[in-house]
Ligand binder design. Structure first.
Ligand SMILES: NC(=O)C1=CN([C@@H]2O[C@H](COP(=O)(O)OP(=O)(O)OC[C@H]3O[C@@H](n4cnc5c(N)ncnc54)[C@H](OP(=O)(O)O)[C@@H]3O)[C@@H](O)[C@H]2O)C=CC1
Ligand SMILES: O=C1O[C@H](COP(=O)(O)O)[C@@H](O)[C@H](O)[C@H]1O
Length: 277
């Protein structure tokens, strides 16, 4: 969804014409009314470096409109709305101060744990209050939960969402959950996690993201193999046990100890033989 050159001001409520033409084939019938985007793990590294900047890009392109979209950060850390806004401000580039402030004002913060009803009740109350605020069509709500969290807490967080934070059944709209990689640490744990989430949500409500699979280096593997006469006959499951791709970083854990303590620091994508053709 790349923006066109005629990106409009978000406050004008218009979307650039080239962005609209990218969307013309989509069924947008359920895409009206209030949209609440909830970033769980909002205090963390992924949230500040990738998630909020990505939302800001959408805002700059007119896809996130003041009055129709509300953004909520949720995590255990004790922080005010302004505390979260200041934490992410430095990562949002390429905008005037006024534009930046308009975006930051869309963001609210709710603090709570990942496995107790209290925090999620408060989150639901905060979302609901914004859904019924003056600009929104009553009875229509879309709720998107983005898990910028270690996978160890996905099951409990998803249970809490299911129990306390779903779009009310009396409303039209939807509830969706996005989970970031790693989706478990091997095939068994990935299957177990899938089963746990599958008990709570339909498959079409679940979105799994691994941004490493979109990296050029990984995408180029296909070209390297299939467009190369030497590799084509040799690179297959008979000759290769597994493919490992390692991304090295030249900076430290940077406050991500809680996550890395459980999952390790080396970013290593492994595709075992059973996945090779
Ligand atoms: N960093 C990045 O750029 C990217 C990260 N990812 C993935 O996103 C996920 C989160 O990564 P990242 O943001 O870097 O990690 P962080 O260590 O920054 O964790 C995110 C937040 O989760 C909470 N948290 C951390 N450890 C635990 C724990 N053991 N139990 C419960 N809550 C915890 C903390 O919030 P609080 O204490 O306030 O509740 C923390 O701010 C990981 O699965 C990672 O692989 C994916 C793409 C990019
Ligand atoms: O998933 C992760 O991604 C981030 C960001 O990587 P980038 O190369 O796309 O900027 C990385 O810092 C982190 O260690 C890893 O868990």
């Amino acid at each position: 969804m790349s923006g066109g050159s005629d990106v409009s001001s978000p406050s004008s409520g218009r979307i650039s014409t080239s962005s609209l033409s990218d969307l013309k084939d989509l069924d947008l019938s359920s895409e009206s009314g209030c949209l609440s985007i909830v970033v769980l793990g909002a205090s963390g590294d992924l949230a500040k470096k990738k998630t909020f900047p990505a939302l800001f890009n959408l805002f700059q392109q007119g896809f996130i409109q003041s009055g129709e979209v509300h953004i909520f950060g949720y995590a255990r850390s004790d922080m005010s709305d302004d505390g979260l806004r200041e934490r992410i401000r430095g990562y949002l580039k390429g905008a005037s101060d006024e534009h930046l402030s308009q975006f930051l004002q869309l963001i609210k913060y709710v603090s709570g744990s990942y496995d107790s009803g209290e925090g999620f009740e408060l989150l639901n109350k905060t979302i609901s209050e914004n859904e019924t605020s003056e600009n929104n069509q009553p009875g229509n709500s879309r709720r998107l939960f983005y898990l910028a969290l270690p996978p160890s807490v996905y099951p409990s967080v998803c249970k809490m969402i299911r129990s306390y934070c779903m779009t009310p059944s009396s409303h039209t709209g939807w509830t969706r959950v996005i989970v970031e990689k790693p989706f478990g640490k091997d095939l068994d744990s990935a299957e177990e996690l899938s089963a746990q989430l599958g008990e709570l949500f339909d498959e079409e409500q679940l979105y799994r993201i691994d941004h490493y699979l979109g990296k050029e280096l990984v995408q180029n593997l296909l070209v390297l193999r299939f467009a190369n006469r030497f590799f084509l006959p040799l690179w297959n499951r008979d000759n290769i046990d597994n493919v490992q791709i390692v991304f090295r970083e030249d900076f430290g854990t940077d406050g991500r100890g809680g996550y890395f303590d459980q999952y390790g620091y080396v970013v290593n994508l492994t595709f075992p033989r059973k996945f090779l053709c």
